[in-house]
Design a protein around this ligand. Structure first.
Ligand SMILES: NC(=O)C1=CN([C@@H]2O[C@H](COP(=O)(O)OP(=O)(O)OC[C@H]3O[C@@H](n4cnc5c(N)ncnc54)[C@H](OP(=O)(O)O)[C@@H]3O)[C@@H](O)[C@H]2O)C=CC1
Ligand SMILES: CC(C)(CO)C(=O)C(=O)O
Length: 330
């Protein structure tokens, strides 16, 4: 029996990258996308990772999509759109493989066995299915709990990514320690870069941003460590080593100088969301605040209320927002 195409729901930076890589090795794949402009673009031009040929992939609008039993679905929307997708799936027995940042209680209540966490950066053009990989990195895939065997879907993704040099696939025995490490970084990068309108490199070179960034990273590490959560290495250093480096200011500044060039021009995926008034903050910093229990988390509370205010009052983003966070530094 031949399997139905893999459906990738959410044709953004991650969804287009995964779809194009699967399609390029001949895997039957289809996209499901909410934005009609993107659907129309995809039907005319296909999906393109900049620097590679565009590739034809069938694309459907979310409104017209009805999941069928045994569908294999890779979920690459933002967390705040999960509810709509999961409601549409309802009781239909499907295999779900989310590749997302953040912790969404609605998704966590699902029975899926595997998840992915991407640490490359892929920036999709507005209203097009053209995405630019601006930073290489890994795609970690692993079971959420226990020792679930890799399904045919997971094996297909692993095979398709295996030839990729700059998007290295890594299978791990448990995904959560990688998701928490990614949370430590995302919950520091995203609110600061999005509020200030900076790219990720500027977080390491503009002194005010760098001070706040380092302090948030340390606060996030303390919350996760005090909550007894296991962290694993994403990127060049284990989070414990990052926390040690950050305690030595001169060393942290030196390392920042070394890393900044590779982050220049890389966006954070929250940047486009903030002006639209919907962000993944509830699944990043608000999740950390819930985990913090008695661990002080003034900076996390500070960025949550800053981003709330920017959204509520429709304020333009800008570096001046960072000044309002400085009194929170110990
Ligand atoms: N981009 C990156 O470099 C990285 C992203 N991530 C994470 O990956 C996840 C995906 O991010 P990213 O690819 O950047 O997101 P994008 O915003 O680029 O893409 C998400 C797409 O999903 C669409 N969408 C919204 N609702 C639905 C729906 N119900 N059905 C189908 N499509 C829908 C959106 O349409 P519309 O615009 O109309 O809402 C948008 O086109 C996030 O959790 C992010 O934090 C992780 C690592 C790096
Ligand atoms: C790659 C990184 C950390 C960049 O901010 C990210 O995960 C995102 O933008 O969603």
């Amino acid at each position: 029996m031949s399997l139905a195409p893999i459906r990738i729901v959410g044709a953004g930076g991650i969804g287009c990258t995964v779809a194009a890589i699967l399609a390029q090795v001949g895997t039957p794949v289809e996209l499901v996308e909410a934005n009609p402009e993107k659907v129309a673009w995809g039907q005319r031009h296909g999906v393109e990772i900049v620097g590679r040929s565009a590739i034809r992939i069938p694309i459907h609008t979310f409104d017209d999509w009805q999941p069928r039993p045994n569908d294999r679905i890779i979920l690459t929307t933002k967390c705040y759109d999960n509810a709509a997708v999961l409601n549409r799936i309802g009781d239909t027995p499907v295999e779900l493989l989310p590749i997302q940042n953040g912790f969404d209680p609605i998704l966590d209540a699902q029975p899926h066995a595997y998840e992915g966490i991407a640490s490359f950066v892929s920036e999709c053009d507005p209203d097009r299915l053209v995405t630019r990989i601006t930073r290489p990195g890994e795609l970690h895939l692993g079971p959420r709990r226990g020792t679930a065997a890799a399904s045919e879907l997971v094996q297909t993704v692993v095979r398709a990514f295996s030839p990729e040099k700059s998007l290295r696939i890594v299978t791990v025995s448990e995904i959560l320690p990688y998701k928490y490490s990614k949370l430590m970084y995302n919950a520091a990068i995203a609110p600061l870069a999005a509020a200030a309108g900076m790219d990720n490199g500027e977080l390491l070179t503009v002194p005010t941003a760098r001070r706040l960034f380092f302090a948030l990273l340390q606060e996030n590490y303390r919350i996760l460590a005090n909550a007894g959560l296991r962290l694993e290495r994403i990127g060049p250093f284990h989070p414990k080593t990052v926390a040690r480096i950050l305690r030595q200011r001169w060393l942290a500044r030196m390392m920042a100088g070394l890393f900044a060039p590779s982050l220049r021009g890389t966006y954070c995926s929250m940047a486009n969301d903030l002006p639209r008034g919907k962000t993944e903050m509830p699944y990043y910093n608000e999740h950390l605040i819930r985990l913090a229990d008695t661990t002080p988390c003034p900076l996390n509370r500070g960025v949550v209320s800053l981003l709330d205010r920017i959204q509520r009052e429709r304020l333009p983003v800008g570096r001046h927002h960072l000044e309002s966070l400085l009194p929170l530094l110990g």
